[in-house]
Design a binder for this molecule. Structure first.
Ligand code: GDP
Ligand code: IMO
Ligand code: MG
Length: 465
């Protein structure tokens, strides 16, 4: 045991300065290093196919947050925040950037398109969001999305259309190709861009060549790209940190409120979503650990965000979709238009099978139910509660898309409350029929609903406990 103890102390020491303070506090001979869990992070995740209102929920929590982090995805995300009647849309920037007192962090799991990042920042600067560059920290381990990744995203969509008669309906932000480069170990990271630029240039050229051999029609003005990248590098440099160490210090320093803003959503997760009609990252809770470099024991609350109905942008199975007047009403009343691509979102009834599935993976501690107000005018409201295959209920969510296309949805029907809920600010302000709808959802998922959204702005969020 003593030998093990000495070995442990030595390996702590090998970690270098990182553990110096800890060793001082726990002398080698007397005690083992204390396993101090440190601060917990609060994670906000989409429980459907995206656009549930994550931005709004993060904004609500961010008013008290010290650090707001993005851990996965890229500028395929579009998060809307409405403050004092002003609407902001964030893509790569964490929605917490709006809070002048908090730090925003883009973690290693995010893929960053630098022109997109600065364009977004400058656009928001013009809207009055000053000093964002001073409040932003970018992990040196984050991978870069290049312009040609975005071109390739488009070429791949064309190819899919030609080969299979359908595409994925990606945002064409280069997300899939950039994560492909990362997985094939030819990707380039922020630390590479800020390191030796000659090395970076060589690897950039090799990467371009690799893609050109796959897509002969791809043309890239390499010199022009490198020139622009060099300029971006200098603008980025002051924001770049070792993300792992930054988070380690944040977790183990004085008490801090740390938020993680999920992008995309459970059903778009590359492992658990409706593959292949998904995005290319883990949008479920594991992405918070791998995308920031934090231990699972530092995960605190995991809030799932779900709309009171369901929407989806892009292609893929959608069992509760309403290709009728109901779907159109949800689309128009809910202003269901993609924030990133401007595409109309497909709309349908709330599907509790998928929200329960998202809960199985994420272990939500509470749910934010948004856009209840959109249902205000309906005579009756349906909720999908189970899937049937060949007349038999299935207990799981099907992995195979052909199977998912075939499921028959079992619905529960509720009478509409036909009352404007947009002015409701507490539980008792809601009509009883709306309360019953909410209670049913809560019981069916088995997770408490902590917030109910009845409008776009900050104050339109009823807090239940
Ligand atoms: P995110 O991607 O999950 O952050 O969500 P988006 O911003 O893409 O889409 C959500 C949309 O719904 C935005 O336009 C929000 O302003 C809006 N929204 C969020 N919560 C509510 C709500 O409770 N009621 C209404 N009417 N709109 C909401
Ligand atoms: P937020 O964070 C809705 C969808 C795209 C497409 C698929 C793959 O705002 O909820 P990608 O460009 O990621 O390769 O596209 O995923 N998608 C989203 N849909 N909201 C999002 O983000 C999305 N991010 C990706 O429409 O079907
Ligand atoms: Mg969105």
């Amino acid at each position: 045991d003593m030998r093990l103890h000495i070995w442990q102390c030595c390996s702590w020491r090998q970690l270098g300065l990182l553990e110096a303070d800890r060793l001082k506090a726990t002398p080698c001979r007397s005690k083992r290093p204390r396993n101090d869990a440190g601060n917990k992070v609060t994670v906000v995740l989409g429980a459907q196919w995206g656009d549930e209102g994550k931005g709004k929920v993060v904004d609500l929590l961010a008013t008290e947050a010290d650090i707001v982090c993005r851990c996965q995805g890229g500028n395929n995300a579009g998060h809307t925040v409405v403050v004092d009647g002003k609407e902001y849309d964030f893509h790569l920037l964490p929605s917490g950037i709006i809070n002048p007192k908090s730090i925003s962090l883009i973690g290693n799991g995010v893929v960053i398109h630098l022109p997109g990042l600065f364009e977004e920042g400058d656009k928001n600067d013009k809207k009055g969001l000053k000093g964002w560059e001073k409040r932003l920290i970018v992990s040196d381990r984050a991978h870069l999305v290049f312009d040609f990744h975005q071109v390739v995203d488009g070429l791949q969509e064309t190819e899919r259309q030609a080969q299979e008669g359908k595409n994925i309906g990606t945002t064409k932000k280069g997300i899939g190709p950039a994560y492909s480069s990362k997985a094939s170990r030819t990707g380039l990271r922020v630390c590479d861009l800020l390191g030796d630029f000659k090395d970076f240039s060589t690897r950039f050229k090799n990467l371009v060549q690799q893609y050109q051999s796959m897509y002969p029609s791809l043309t890239v003005d390499v010199e022009d790209q490198l020139k622009k990248l060099k300029e971006f590098a200098e603008r980025l440099r002051p924001m770049v940190r070792d993300g792992v160490y930054y988070m380690y210090e944040a977790l183990h320093g004085p008490p801090k409120k740390i938020l993680v803003e999920g992008a995309n959503a459970a059903l778009l997760d590359i492992d658990f979503g409706t593959y292949p009609f998904v995005t290319s990252s883990n949008c479920t809770v594991g992405g918070a650990c791998t995308g920031l470099g934090i231990p699972p024991m530092n995960i605190g609350d995991v809030f799932g965000v779900a709309k009171a109905y369901t929407t989806r942008v892009g292609i893929g199975a959608f069992p509760t979709e309403q290709l009728n007047a109901i779907g159109e009403l949800l689309q128009t009343r809910g202003h269901e238009v993609g924030v990133t691509t401007g595409r109309k979102r497909r709309c349908g009834w709330l599907d509790l099978v998928i929200v329960r599935y998202a809960h199985m993976i994420n272990g939500f501690t509470a749910i934010a139910l948004t856009k209840l107000d959109i249902l205000d005018v309906l005579d009756e409201i349906k909720v999908g509660v189970a899937y049937k295959l060949n007349g038999k209920r299935i207990p799981h969510f099907p992995a195979n898309m052909d199977v998912l296309q075939k499921v028959e949805v079992e619905y529960e029907t509720f009478p509409g409350w036909k009352t404007d809920t947009s002015a409701a600010r507490k539980w008792n302000d809601l009509p009883v029929k709306a309360q019953n709808y909410i209670r049913f959802i809560e019981n069916h998922i088995g997770v408490p609903i902590k917030w109910v959204g009845v409008g776009k702005s900050r104050e339109c969020m009823i807090q239940m406990f």
